[in-house]
Ligand binder design. Structure first.
Ligand code: F6R
Length: 236
């Protein structure tokens, strides 16, 4: 594990954006795994700026997002589809036919999950996966539990996750209760993983995830076993 302990959100974002730009420079047709949430917003902002300066092209990339809420359509401002367009895709030269996000409105969710796995495999697997971490130790929406869910699946969100994500919704009761998420095996299969964590609120869970026992009760703890894990952590 490469651990960069940085001071402040901006430094975390700069370091992460630099690593992503190097990945794209080394392999312009990389397959990237992308996260949503508040943590990567500043990273995406820096990538948009780098694109505007002509330093990076997203054209040859393929991307797979980690997760999507069930029941929210593409035009719903709370959907992760909407988030990606607002924060990144709408401002760069990405080929939208190769920017994949699970369809939260799919009629057959199980089929959607299976098809998502197949698309990742068909793309040759993920070269670099960006992750945030939930207050409860989740990665993507793999919530604490008794075992590690392997593949892309539909999950009942943890009460802690619903409470944490309520900040993005006008009414807390509007937070969806279910989501489609890549599984732990899907994430773990990425050739490189970049875990980002920011703020004092993530301090205890990061300590546990990186240095505690490896257990499905702290899903992020599995990352200790990944052969190419980079962590950029601002605990301020
Ligand atoms: C988002 C995701 C989640 C978030 C996590 C942290 O696609 O999969 O696991 O990374 O909930 O969220 P923030 O960054 O809002 O603290």
């Amino acid at each position: 594990m490469k651990l960069y302990q940085v001071s402040g959100y901006q430094e975390m974002c700069q370091k992460a954006a630099a690593l992503l730009c190097s990945q794209i420079a080394e392999k312009p047709n990389s397959v990237l795994g992308l996260a949503t949430g508040s943590t990567p917003i500043g990273v995406y902002k820096l990538l948009v700026q780098a694109h505007e300066r002509g330093e990076v092209s997203f054209g040859p990339l393929t991307t797979f997002n980690l997760d999507e809420y069930c029941g929210l359509g593409k035009s719903d401002p709370q959907s992760y589809y909407y988030y990606m367009n607002e924060n990144l895709f709408g401002s760069v030269d990405i080929d939208s036919t190769r920017a994949f996000i699970p369809n939260g409105k799919a009629e057959d969710i199980a089929a959607e999950c299976a098809a998502y796995e197949e698309k990742i495999t068909a793309a040759g697997g993920i070269d670099l996966q960006i992750l945030g971490i939930g207050n409860n130790g989740h990665i993507a929406f793999n919530e604490p539990g008794e075992f590690f869910e392997k593949h892309t699946h539909c999950v009942d969100l943890d009460e802690k996750t619903i409470a944490a994500n309520a900040r993005f919704f006008t009414h807390p009761e509007d937070v969806p209760r279910r989501a489609i998420t890549m599984g732990i095996k899907t994430i773990f299969a990425a050739r490189k993983i970049l875990l980002l964590a920011n703020g004092a609120g993530k301090k205890d869970i990061m300590q546990l995830a990186l240095h505690g026992p490896i257990t499905p009760k702290v899903p992020a703890s599995i990352l200790q076993l990944h052969p190419d894990l980079t962590v950029i952590w601002s605990a301020e």
